[in-house]
Design a protein around this ligand. Structure first.
Ligand code: C5P
Length: 214
C-alpha cells in the first residue's frame, strides 16, 4: 500500500479554499475534510446549550464529542457560527483534540485533501503538496455577501467585511497555530479568479509538484 496522499489547503475566511478543496478531492479521488467544520461543531454544541464560549474545559469536552465522519455542513455554515468557532479555536486543548482527529482522517487510505488554517504548518506538515489560498478582504467579503443574500439572509457588505477582518486578525494573531503560509506552500491569490480558474491553477501546481517528487 502506498502512503496516503495528503494535500493541505490553508487560507483565511471566505478565500474559496473549501470549494477548491472539495473539487480537488473529487478530481484526485481522495477523501475531503473541511477542518473549519470541526471548530464550528464545537462552537455550535456550546451555543445550543447556552454555554459560554470561553470556558476551555467545556469547549475541550465538546471537542472530544466531535465525530469527523458526521459533520453537517449545512447546519454549521451560519456566519455567526464561524465567528464563535474562531473564539473556541484559540484554546490549545480544543486544538489538540481536534488535530488528533484530523490527522487520523488524513491517514485513512487513499489519503485526503484537508482545508483549514494550520494544515500545512501543524496538522500535516509532511503533506505532499501545500497550497495557501488567499484573496483580498474586499473580494472575500463580496463573495460571502452574495452567498448570504442568495440564501435569503440579511447582512450588509460593511458588516461582513468588518467580521472578516476581525476573524483574520484573531486567526493570525493567536499564540497556538496562527494562520500563516507554511514555508513550502504555493501561494494562490484568487482575487481575480472564478472557481474554475482557481481549480485549474491549483491542479497545475499540484500536478507539477507531484511530478517533481517522483
Ligand atoms: O474555515 P471556517 O471559516 O469554517 O473556520 C471557522 C474558524 O475555525 C476559523 O475562523 C478559525 O478560527 C478556526 N479554524 C482553525 N483551524 C482550522 C480550521 C478552522 O483555527 N484548521
Amino acid at each position: 500500500m502506498p502512503d496516503p496522499l495528503i494535500i493541505a489547503i490553508d487560507g483565511p475566511a471566505a478565500s474559496g479554499k473549501g470549494t477548491l478543496a472539495r473539487r480537488l478531492a473529487a478530481h484526485y479521488g481522495l477523501n475531503h475534510l473541511d477542518t473549519g467544520l470541526t471548530y464550528r461543531a464545537v462552537a455550535r454544541a456550546l451555543l445550543a446549550e447556552d454555554l459560554p464560549l470561553d470556558d476551555e474545559q467545556l469547549a475541550a469536552g465538546a471537542a472530544r464529542n466531535v465525530d469527523v465522519a458526521a459533520l453537517d455542513r449545512r447546519a454549521l455554515s451560519a456566519h455567526g457560527i464561524g465567528e464563535a468557532a474562531s473564539r473556541v479555536a484559540v484554546m490549545p486543548t480544543v486544538r489538540q483534540t481536534l488535530v488528533e482527529k484530523q490527522r487520523a482522517f488524513a491517514q485513512t487510505p487513499p489519503g485526503a485533501v484537508l482545508d483549514g488554517r494550520d494544515i500545512g504548518t501543524v496538522v500535516c506538515p509532511d503533506a505532499a503538496v501545500k497550497l495557501y489560498v488567499t484573496a483580498s478582504a474586499e473580494v472575500r467579503a463580496a463573495r460571502r455577501f452574495r452567498e448570504i443574500a442568495d440564501g435569503g439572509g440579511s447582512a450588509t457588505y460593511e458588516e461582513i467585511l468588518a467580521d472578516i477582518q476581525r476573524r483574520d486578525a484573531r486567526d493570525m494573531s493567536r499564540a497556538d497555530s496562527p494562520l500563516k503560509p507554511a514555508e513550502d506552500a504555493y501561494l494562490l491569490d484568487t482575487s481575480e479568479m472564478d472557481i474554475e480558474a482557481a481549480f485549474l491553477a491549483a491542479k497545475a501546481l499540484i500536478d507539477q509538484s507531484l511530478a517533481e517528487k517522483k
